[in-house]
Design a protein around this ligand. Structure first.
Ligand SMILES: Nc1ncnc2c1ncn2[C@@H]1O[C@H](COP(=O)(O)OP(=O)(O)OP(=O)(O)O)[C@@H](O)[C@H]1O
Ligand SMILES: [Mg+2]
Length: 282
């Protein structure tokens, strides 16, 4: 495992792998130019290690969602390519190589109860009810909503709906979890609570997570590595490793180190915003 000084920036093309395994995702000079000619992302090189909690942060329009969608194979790069567990996307979905996406909006079916919403991805996979039901119950329990499994989304708070959305991702037993500003619309207290759960969850399940946020505190609390992006064109600006033990708790939030990371990240974000407004890399 790499040991780095807490605030040492990494080269943007740095490859990170666990000692015993291939990276979960490799982004190899992938860039994105949209049909209207807009340049969403300049060529990106990035390697995401198995078990890593990687956060993308940066000013609006810097390409965070575009990069996440490339990793989810929801869009294709205009040039360059991506590898998942050293192979192409065709083998994603196999045992040990499953991917799930959590969007900013919970995107639940309003007419279906919590349990039916969570069961949906298993139904898409034609899993028999007898096999699916215990998995659904376990995923709902994991997000603390067992008492609400017969509720409809309209009967739940924003934070609870987000939990349902996370349970719906967990039920597929993913290895790679992609989350685009999942807690952006929630109050800080609820967000902290969900962050606490997410830290434990990724640790327990050995998830590889790619997370997008605008919150410096959330990024520092959750991540093993943070990528600061800049815009015009979207690119990696700097990388920060948060070399702190996992799983983390309130003690980390209250520690002087946490404040140091946040201050440094805040400075980098300000620089990234300036560069974005300036329109390009020198
Ligand atoms: N489908 C599209 N067609 C054209 N341009 C697009 C498309 N999607 C994104 N873009 C452009 O690509 C750039 C990156 O967009 P993206 O949504 O990835 O940014 P972001 O970092 O996620 O921003 P935010 O923080 O506001 O969510 C922006 O300039 C955006 O306008
Ligand atoms: Mg976005």
């Amino acid at each position: 495992m790499r040991v780095l000084l807490p605030l040492e920036p990494l080269d943007q093309t740095t490859r990170q792998t666990t000692a015993d395994g291939a990276p979960a995702v490799e982004v190899l000079s992938a860039e994105k130019v949209f049909a209207n000619g807009a340049r969403g992302l300049a060529p990106i090189d990035l390697s995401i290690a198995d078990g890593e909690f990687l956060t993308l942060i940066g000013p609006s329009g810097c390409g965070k969602s575009t990069l996440l969608k490339l990793i989810a194979n929801l869009i294709e790069p205009s040039d360059g390519r991506l590898l998942w567990w050293r192979g192409d996307f065709a083998q994603v979905g196999q045992e040990g190589r499953r991917l799930a996406f959590v969007f900013q909006e919970p995107t639940l079916m309003p007419w279906a109860r919590v349990e039916a919403n969570v069961r949906l991805p298993l139904e898409f996979g034609n899993m028999p009810r007898a096999t699916a039901d215990p998995k659904v119950a376990e995923a709902i329990a994991r997000v603390g909503l067992s008492k609400f499994n017969r509720h409809f989304p309209r009967q739940l708070s924003g934070g609870m709906k987000m939990r349902v959305s996370i349970a719906r991702a967990l039920v597929t037993d993913p290895n790679l979890l992609l989350m685009d500003e999942p807690f952006g619309a929630l109050d800080e207290f609820t967000r902290n609570k969900l962050d606490d759960d997410l830290v434990n969850l990724s640790w327990e399940r050995k998830l590889t997570t790619v997370f997008v946020t605008h919150s410096i505190y959330e990024a520092v609390f959750l991540s093993t590595r943070i990528i600061v992006m800049a815009a015009n064109p979207g690119r990696i600006f700097r990388t920060m490793t948060i070399d702190q033990p996992q799983p983390r708790d309130q003690g980390f939030r209250d520690s002087p180190k946490f404040a140091v990371y946040c201050r440094e990240l805040s400075t980098w974000l300000a620089e990234a915003s300036l560069q974005s407004a300036g329109g390009g890399v020198s």
